[in-house]
Design a protein around this ligand. Structure first.
Ligand SMILES: [Ca+2]
Length: 131
């Protein structure tokens, strides 16, 4: 699948950053209010995160194992440190994502990680909300 030069894609950003911040009345501070959600900006951010790490050492269209490791360490601190050996954990994550076994993680394959994390976080928030 051909991905264009992601980093230079002319993505039209909405005025996300300039969204007016509501002046919060102190008495009615909402409990654990989520930041202003915008799916488009979340998608753009995911594309940009991928592009930032893909291409440090390789073609820019996919993540080498080293690029994936740096991405995980910087963007998801602690992700690789859940009990087992960090190198083993990294190896497992890489192998589970590299479904076509070409020794790189494409954007499509990276989305497996993103989708998995999204599902896990969603479940976590639901359980938190239920208690
Ligand atoms: Ca692959």
């Amino acid at each position: 699948m051909a991905y264009g030069p992601v980093a230079e894609a002319p993505v039209a950003y909405g005025p996300v950053a300039d969204a007016p911040v509501a002046e919060a009345p102190e008495a009615e501070a909402p409990v654990a209010e989520a930041p202003v959600a915008n799916l488009k900006s979340a998608i753009v951010m995911i594309i940009h995160v991928f592009a930032r790490y893909a291409g440090t050492h390789s073609s820019g269209r996919s993540l080498s194992k080293e690029e994936l490791r740096v991405l995980l360490e910087k963007e998801l601190p602690g992700f690789l440190e859940s009990g087992e050996d960090k190198d083993d954990a990294m190896e497992k994550v890489f192998r589970s994502l590299d479904t076509n076994e070409d020794a790189t993680v494409s954007f499509q394959e990276f989305l497996l990680l993103v989708a998995g994390l999204l599902a896990a976080c969603h479940k976590h928030f639901q359980e938190e909300g239920a208690s």
